[in-house]
Design a protein. Sequence first.
Lengths: 241, 241
Amino acid sequence: MPLPAPIYHLHSPCSSCNLAELCLPADLSANEMHKLDELSTVKRSFARSDYLYRSGDKFRSLFAIHSGSFKTQILHEDGREQVTGFQMAGEIIGLDAISTDIHACDAVALESCVVCELPFNKLEALSREIPLLQRHLHKIMSREIVRDQGIMLLLGSMRAEERLAVFLLNLSQRFAARGLSPTQFQLRMSRQEIGSYLGLKLETVSRAFSHFQSERLINVKVRTVEILDLAGLQACLNNTR
Amino acid sequence: MPLPAPIYHLHSPCSSCNLAELCLPADLSANEMHKLDELSTVKRSFARSDYLYRSGDKFRSLFAIHSGSFKTQILHEDGREQVTGFQMAGEIIGLDAISTDIHACDAVALESCVVCELPFNKLEALSREIPLLQRHLHKIMSREIVRDQGIMLLLGSMRAEERLAVFLLNLSQRFAARGLSPTQFQLRMSRQEIGSYLGLKLETVSRAFSHFQSERLINVKVRTVEILDLAGLQACLNNTR
DNA sequence: CGAGATTTTGAATTGGGTCAAGTTATGTGG
DNA sequence: CCACATAACTTGACCCAATTCAAAATCTCG
């Protein structure tokens, strides 16, 4: 079980893993880098199924995922649950809580994880001092909005197999961005969790996997996935039913 | 409560309509208020079906809706479309574009509208000077994330009538927050647009309206809606199928 | 090794989609 | 202001993709 390497705009080695997604493309001065390094002194480890935070918790910090991956989910009182995202190394988690100072969802570790805590007060203070950081924080939040709207499109107007194809292609891209294989990877989440994320039942997810395999688009054995035909998966989406 | 109630702070009359959603709960100094007023000098009017911006446009400004309402939509190349939101007076529109400096969706006027333009550079500069403004901007962005995740829950795990009930209750709340009747209002969007937003076909939306009417939960005549039984609509959601 | 969890597969069911026809609004030009 | 054309909405009948229910296979981990 190789842990995903935390490579994502990391131009400083990683004393400041906190910088992960936050790290600016444009270079900061040494002094600015230093301040950014000081931002997150606390690193925490989590085992599979540990909660990073729970819905209702007081918000104090964002978290930069140093290694491992999480799911975020909303639990509706009537038992309905919706997985709202899967986050991996180099991504920032907790943005939903800024709105009310209370976390709006649960974040659960899907495997062993290490995260850096980014106290939000300090992050705001620093981003007043460093305009590039401010802009970057805004971009991260906006990116999350765009991502969510993409999922609305998926949930609102795609068929089961299209949804799974989008899901696999997205994972593929994200692994590639971390220097991992875009065509061979381990799923860290169950069929049930994938289904919840994609608005499908777990049986439907399983059937779609099986169908892709029979079409020779992928090889899948439980949580081991090999993409055989990226273009073919892509083509699933263009078949306007 | 799938869709969180938006909170509007319309305390200044509206020489600075720009402040609408941006206006801070905590009071700003006179000097700060003045700077905020200067932020938006440009007001623009739109007729029904005019575009406020289009997907692909260069991003320069956010917009505060002074009056009227808009829809935002993503158009997928294969013709699929998804309405991602309906925005009304006092709300800020355009947050998705910060991520790439390119607008990621279309914003279309649903009726006659007036908007205030908020140049984003200036807004960022000002929010470095005024921490309360900075925090408020962050809250607005985070609120949008939470809203979108609520819609993911709706699209991912609710049945047609539940979705429409959520939609009507959300409109009701938002009208109430503006001092309008929470039980009698005009829809500004077509069945097709509601359907796109809710991940349903227009016929399904129409049937759900008719069914609510036959259950005496609402009166509906095309775009005129009267809610007869708010609690009853709410109860639709708790019936865990 | 064995128990519980997860995944796969099959068969039957159904909620919402599709297609079609009729009705009611809306807006434009005369 | 009216007549007419067009767009929007409603309703019915039929259909199908995904869900539900069920059972067997496989995996995971103590």
